[in-house]
Ligand binder design. Structure first.
Ligand SMILES: [Ca+2]
Ligand SMILES: [Ca+2]
Ligand SMILES: [Ca+2]
Length: 441
């Protein structure tokens, strides 16, 4: 059954402004509808201000589908009832019951939609709050690129630091993109070594083995990123300048021992990162900033032959980072990805015996962006990323040199991305800081 709601004013006009109700076979008790129900409201609330306008939704309908009977009830949206950001209430008249609420419209390359399931309507004038989402209409228009990758670490009066690694993922499109399920992989093949025994088998099949993947959590539409805005993922979200170390020193004159404490003055303030990696099983001294949500991780089972078995960026850039997207950041989706993309490869151990290792790989055609990184002494011996992802390279002179791989451009005007990092990126001897509140400064 499909209940198309006739606009009451329109019905009046069609009937010539008189005896309107005689055109319906209903009595006065059910508002002119051919069924009995109650008045209620669907309250539309735009998830991101400026994402949807009242004009976008003019003439659109909101549909309620009965969970039990699958009957549908549709209601017209009039822009006069909405504010400029399309926030506002749509009056509905509907039988008591449990419904799924939906709305969808594609306009100007974006899809605007609402999904809300299992809403029980039982009270007159009840209000159902729903979130209006607007994002790219075509999945192929979804894109994120690295605007900064800081894997190198730095020295602080000779002391090396690289838990202050970070990366910045930038939305180069003119649409709001949801980052739930946005993932970064680090290649299993190192750029400084000869091809691993499994390299051709995987790369010839369009697969890029990884030693770890980090994934932005979320149900699909929890983390909007506006056009030309970015997300900062920290290895650890704290102000690394405040990291304290100490050593024992003997006073030459008196022979007394004393403790000297120091800080890491050249390190990065990542206390305001959007997400952080928290992996105490792999990194036993890791700390969890409760203010900063943690990414989820997928990685192959750790063993002596399979490499690192966890998301890891080498301070010489040997394991190249790349971006891809899962449909969302829920654990079930990660598990599904793991099951579908895990295989077994055979490698030789030190005694030249064949040993099987678990491999996790990402299909190359899913990769949205990647940067081939390494260091000058070895150059790129083997390409860890397909040429279609990056046919260039960015090399640091050595570890802990305070070097940032940065894409040319800026947030406001965009960045250069020709999938040739030699041209698109540069290495600079500074890094940015992301203290608490950096985005609003
Ligand atoms: Ca951490
Ligand atoms: Ca945290
Ligand atoms: Ca690219």
């Amino acid at each position: 059954m499909k209940n198309r709601v006739i606009n009451y004013a329109l019905a009046l006009a069609m009937a010539g402004g008189s005896i309107a109700l005689s055109s319906c076979d209903d009595d006065d008790d059910n508002n002119g509808y051919s069924y009995s129900g109650i008045d209620a409201f669907v309250n539309l609330k735009s998830d991101v201000d400026g994402a949807v306008s009242s004009n976008d939704l003019d003439g659109c309908t909101v549909t309620l589908t009965s969970v039990q009977s699958k009957d549908t009830y549709t209601f017209d949206i009039k822009k006069e009832t909405l504010d400029e950001n399309a926030n506002g209430k749509v009056k509905i008249y509907i039988p008591i019951g449990t419904y799924d609420v939906s709305l969808e419209k594609t306009i100007d390359g974006k899809t605007i939609f609402v999904r809300k399931e299992n809403v029980t309507i039982k009270d007159a004038n009840q209000t159902i709050d729903v979130k209006l989402i607007a994002t790219v209409a075509q999945q192929s228009d979804y894109q994120f690129i690295f605007s900064e990758v800081f894997f190198n670490g730095e020295r602080n009066a000779g002391r090396m630091m690289h838990p202050d690694q970070y990366m910045v993922l930038y939305n180069p499109t003119n649409n709001i993109l949801y980052a739930d399920g946005l993932a970064v992989g680090c290649t299993m093949q190192a750029s400084c070594t000869e091809k691993e025994s499994w390299y051709d088998e995987y790369y010839n099949a369009g697969k890029v083995p990884v030693h770890g993947i980090i994934v932005i959590p979320g149900s699909g539409y929890d983390h909007p990123v506006k056009p030309h805005e970015k997300l900062v993922i920290a290895f650890t979200a704290k102000n690394h300048k405040e990291t304290e170390g100490s050593y024992e020193e003997t006073d030459e004159a008196t022979g007394e021992k004393r403790t000297v404490t120091y800080k890491y003055d050249n390190a990065v303030d990542l206390s305001g990162a959007d997400f952080e990696i928290y992996e105490p099983q792999l990194y036993t001294s890791d700390v969890d900033n409760p203010e900063v949500p943690n990414v989820k991780e997928i990685y192959p089972a750790e063993n002596d032959f399979g490499g690192i078995g966890g998301f890891y960026q080498h301070p010489r850039g040997f394991y190249c980072p790349f971006i891809f997207k899962l449909k969302n950041g829920e654990q079930a989706t990660l598990d599904e990805f793991f099951a579908a993309n895990t295989s077994v490869a055979t490698v030789k151990d030190k005694e030249n015996n064949n040993v099987e290792i678990q491999m996790l790989s990402v299909k190359a055609d899913l990769i949205l962006d990647g940067i081939t990184t390494g260091h000058i002494p070895s150059d790129i011996v083997t390409n860890p990323l397909p040429q279609s992802v990056d046919r260039g390279k960015q090399l640091v002179k050595g570890c802990h040199s305070g070097l940032l791989v940065q894409r040319k451009g800026n947030d406001a005007e965009g960045y250069k991305d020709t999938n040739n990092s030699t041209d698109d990126c540069e290495i600079v001897e500074y890094h940015n800081a992301f203290p608490v509140g950096w985005r609003n400064k």
